[in-house]
Ligand binder design. Structure first.
Ligand code: IVH
Length: 671
């Protein structure tokens, strides 16, 4: 009979840890939405490893400590790696790093210092690129280590990946391993767009990168710029490399993007110095790093040292601890996403952390609050590990006020009058219906925002006021407002009341794409709205379009098409549009009548800086001439408008034979 876990506290803890780690593996690898920091995760794993060390081998087999996780999703085709893609052992302390060196010397029977390379550990998603006879054929995720998901479609958007290797002496095939990541600048750009659209922000660049790699909506995926660095060698036929550092040089010669600051060192002391140096320099990198990787340089020695079931014995990751700060948690409030998802947020006593003042931290969900027993009034430790939104790591229970009470999420919802349900099978709650005051306000604020109807002085505070006073219930009600109704309200005087009403009235003639974007149709952003106007020219034609008609529009994918169709099929939306029409809003694009324009139906990509036009001006001119401005060059691109220091986009355009215009030619074309 197998030992009964409940009789044995150690077995019980092992089972508990296995289940918990399994859950976090799923959140991290499959959903790209981890709930705990890497550090917390690593602590759980170390505890489990220590307990399992005493178990017989066969009882360790199915443990998460014996695998690299699993990112495979059903929607993708799987592909077998020629050489398994492993993970790395990791440590947070110097002693263990030195033990790694000692162990390795024993295994290799070496006395003197080993030659290592030290390089940054990029916090992204592992990927394997396969080249056959020099041609890039496939990108596959790590998956379960033996087989991963074929993500070539999305990865192929990364311009810096060479499509063709150069030279004559090329391997028959080679797997090049690396990390896909998102630059901090791009991450911030995407979050600014989300903020402007009133959507929940992405938590950190690593989750966003891994979510993007696995996106099924390729049109959406293309809007998010991913980057890559290559650092590792998988299978290679014939085997041509004898040193890790030679392989790095080969990557550089082949114009692969590589890790910066790679250093060749002799012995673990020098490796340690190099790690320290990296930790001070990495603040200047424009992408997230979470450690340094130390690898044996000699590939023959790597082979001799070999692998465990999940990691090589010849390499280790030294992970940098995220910066932490102590502060007091005041109130817990709720953030409502555009889809109605409710996220608890900790409002903190402002504190300095990793160069910024932090006032809020995410609490993720109800379970997280319970697991950490987080309460209002607690003193907490917060941490920022690549995230722009910090997390609460733990509570300092010893500093807890005597009268503190456990926190109840449902009670908070009740007190705010929010009707919500917990999404089945998830830890998240979602608000019921979309006619609650919070959703109503959010929709109106979005409609009035700069990226939509651009109605001046109609921000969150004024919308709150108008909804609370019962003057408006939806966007169509805005057009019923009269200055006499506004004047008595707090903060309004005659002039400001008139100005607001005039601003609202003026929006009736805004460009049609602004109105379409303002309707808040899920998945339709500003560019999507412009694409739709270009194709349909009038709202009644758009609302009558079938899903197939919609999906045929350049820039519209299946998910967006489905979403638009569902929106216009709903009675309440039909009524809303009838009311907007009755108020005299412009529901047609005048340009439709002007007939063929110089860039009708054409896609133009802008690259480099033009002598006199700014990017914004050039984009506006392309659109005014009936064209579509896009950011990536593909076979569908009609022209590339190139200025000074145009880079890879220009090269790609040349390769694809796409006509290239200078500013003068562009202006000529439009005149
Ligand atoms: S070498 C045989 N080098 O970190 C494993 N990995 O935590 C070779 N990573 O699975 C991996 N930067 O996805 C290596 N410079 C670097 C890295 C790196 C990031 C990732 C990689 C790996 C994970 C382990």
């Amino acid at each position: 009979m197998p030992p009964d876990a409940s009789d044995n506290p150690k077995r019980l803890r092992i089972d508990q840890l296995r289940e918990e780690i399994g859950k976090h593996d799923h959140l991290y690898h499959k959903l790209s939405e981890p709930e705990i920091s890497d550090f917390e995760y690593d602590i759980l794993k170390k505890e489990l490893e220590a307990l399992e060390a005493e178990l017989p081998q066969d009882q360790r087999k199915d443990s998460p400590t014996q695998s690299v996780g699993d990112d495979r999703l059903e929607a993708f085709e799987q592909y077998q790696h020629r050489q398994p893609m492993l993970s790395l052992d990791n440590t947070y302390n110097q002693e263990e790093l030195f033990e790694f060196d000692q162990r390795l010397k024993r295994v290799l029977d070496r006395e003197g210092p080993l030659d290592y390379v030290v390089e940054p550990k990029i916090d992204g998603v592992a990927v394997s690129l396969t080249y056959e006879d020099g041609v890039f054929v496939r990108a596959v995720t790590r998956g379960n280590g033996s087989e991963g998901d074929d993500v070539t479609q999305n990865v192929a958007n990364i311009e810096s990946i060479p499509r063709q290797l150069i030279g004559t002496d090329l391997p028959r095939w080679i797997e090049v391993r690396g990390e896909i990541f998102m630059r901090l600048e791009e991450f911030e750009r995407l979050n600014q767009d989300r903020a402007a659209a009133g959507e929940a922000l992405f938590a950190n660049p690593r989750n966003l990168a891994s979510g993007t790699v696995k996106m099924l909506d390729q049109v959406e995926a293309r809007k998010r710029k991913l980057d890559i660095v290559l650092y590792g060698l998988g299978a290679c036929e014939p085997q041509t490399f004898s040193k890790q550092s030679d392989f790095h040089q080969w990557l550089k010669d082949q114009s692969f993007p590589v890790v910066q600051m790679l250093e060749s060192v002799s012995g673990i002391d020098q490796a340690w110095d190099s790690i320290q140096n990296l930790d001070t320099e990495r603040i200047n990198f424009d992408y997230a790093t979470d450690g340094a990787v130390v690898k044996v340089d000699d590939i023959a020695l790597q082979k001799e040292a070999g692998f465990t079931s999940k990691a090589p014995r010849w390499a280790i990751a030294y992970k940098f601890k995220a910066e932490e700060a102590e502060t007091i948690l005041g109130k817990i409030t709720i953030q409502i996403g555009r889809t109605g998802k409710l996220t608890p947020v900790a409002n903190l006593k402002p504190v300095q952390l990793a160069g910024t003042t932090v006032k809020r931290a995410t609490l993720h969900n109800e379970d997280e609050i319970q697991r950490k027993d987080i309460r209002e009034g607690d003193t907490v430790i917060i941490q920022k590990a690549g995230e722009i939104i910090p997390q609460v790591v733990r509570v300092l229970v010893e500093k807890r006020p005597a009268d503190s009470l456990p926190f109840s999420f449902p009670a908070l919802l009740d007190s705010m009058g929010i009707k919500a349900e917990r999404i089945p099978g998830e830890a998240a709650w979602r608000i019921l219906g979309d006619d609650n005051p919070v959703q109503v306000r959010r929709k109106i604020v979005h409609y009035a925002s700069r990226q939509c109807m651009d109605i001046e002085n109609l921000g969150t505070a004024v919308v709150d006021q108008l909804v609370t006073e019962g003057l408006i219930h939806d966007i169509a009600d805005l057009y019923t407002l009269e200055s006499g109704q506004l004047e008595p309200l707090e903060g309004f005087a005659r002039k400001s009341a008139e100005n607001l009403v005039n601003g609202i009235q003026a929006s009736k003639t805004a460009d049609l794409w602004r109105l379409i974007h303002g309707l808040g149709i899920p998945h339709v952003g500003a560019q999507g709205a412009k694409d739709l106007v270009q194709a349909f020219h009038a709202l009644d034609r758009l609302s009558a379009a079938s899903t197939e008609d919609l999906a045929a529009v350049h820039g519209v994918g299946n998910i967006m098409a489905e979403s638009i169709h569902t929106f216009f099929a709903a009675d309440k939306n039909k009524q809303l549009i009838d009311r907007l029409k009755a108020h005299g809003l412009k529901l047609e694009e005048e340009r439709a009548e002007t007939g063929e324009q110089p860039l009708s139906g054409k896609t133009v990509v802008l690259t480099g800086s033009l002598p006199s036009l700014s990017r914004g001006e050039a984009t506006a001119m392309i659109e005014a001439a009936g064209g579509r401005a896009s950011s990536s060059v593909s076979k569908k691109t009609d022209y590339v408008l190139a200025g000074e220091s145009a880079g890879s986009k220009l090269d790609k355009a040349r390769k694809l034979g796409i006509p290239i215009l200078g500013e003068a030619e562009f202006l000529n074309l439009l005149s």
